[in-house]
Design a protein around this ligand. Sequence first.
Ligand code: XIL
Length: 468
Amino acid sequence: MMSNHSIAGLALCATLLGTGLTSAFAADETLRSLADKNNIYIGAILNSQWFGGGLPGNYEQIHKTQFNIVVAENEMKFDATEPSENRFNYNNGDKMVKYAKQNGMRVRGHALAWHSQVPNWVNNYKNDKKKLLSVLKNHINNVVGHWKGQVDEWDVVNEAISNNEPQWRSYSVWYQGIGPEFIDSAFVWAHAADPNAELCYNDYNLEQGINPKAKAGFLLEQVKRWVANGIPIHCVGSQTHVEDTTTDKHFIGSPDSLRSLAKELAKLNVKLKITELDIGFKSGINVSKSDLERQGQTFRQYLDIILEEPNADTYLIWGVSDKWSWLGGLNRQKGLIYDDNLQPKPAFDSIMVRLQTYEPPKDTVATDTTKQDTSATDTTKKDTTSNDSTIAIKTIAGLSSLSMHLSDRTLFIAGATAAKVDVFDMQGRPVFSAKNVKGSVDLKIAEGLYVVRVRDGSKSLMQRVTIK
Ligand code: XIL
């Protein structure tokens, strides 16, 4: 997945290494450049409002600078692409694919066989198995065929498992009219239409454990069967629409449970992708700064799975800004990483800092370039703080008019009129913050390794520091 973008990033790193600035971070680093560096995909949907041209200009600017993978919120679904029988509409999908190509982004296709957002004309055939089979096959042939070589991966089947007592979801025109074999067939047809596309099964509530009574446990048994039967399935997408645990006492999901699923899938040589992440709070409650910081930690914990598990490669968020999010319909709010004004939230910082500080285990660095080979790699957590304890802060000249210099615990800032200084630990947790800093500020923090971010208007600089 090395893009030109990441090659440019590597060239920059090489230059910095050449001058001995091993601990410095470029002022213009983005989630995207760091995702490239870490060999993962990080993305957000293009909201339906984007397709209608109704979003402010900085939305697109943020989207293309921060993300390297894209998916359409609604525009590649069945009702959008085949609104009437055998009449296909690719306009919006083409618009997104063009945008992705222009900006060097990977494209996800979402979704081929799903019980929801199916046009009414399909239901006319609900009692005609033969016809329904041909409708689904024709849809997949045309849609996947149209974007052959352009859409890199597809959600072939979405949400086919029921929530309670895991079993197949019964209220689906495909399940009712065809039976569960619609799933096997959909994968086979998608593979025939584009043999190079990665094909996923996508669902929600997969972070609730892998015992047979949980959805992921049921799914795992199906994946084993599909793999044993030669069904071309390459990935499981975990939607990961979750709620902040303190506002939903009954929520039983966890990043650890999702990690267990990733590890089980690795044994089958199947990837895990996080495909629709949002971490909402209940609607109506007052969300405090510390709530947002805790939310950031949960975002970071899910990111850790993608960074650390060799068969996990994608971290896709279901929206950019809280202002345009589907979560209201779920009675949730504020589940994304930019606020209503397109300003980055603490969750953005947690992700950013984690991407900056993550270092893959030494024995996987040389081999793990595609994240495909899932079985033999050591995934033991490493200590990210162990190697750099003597590295002092350095400034990158020329990349930003901002600069900083640390002397003991005093941080000197040049080029700022009233800076905001934030310090994070290596897990992305905020540990110190000061506003309106002119000249210098004393960092009241313990010994250790940190990331300091200085912001002044639109200028921003992040650097790793060692406090001794
Ligand atoms: C949602 C969209 O965000 C909404 O705009 C639309 O009204 C309904 O669908 N699981 C999925 C996504 O697979 O396609 C859904 O997207 C969210 C849940």
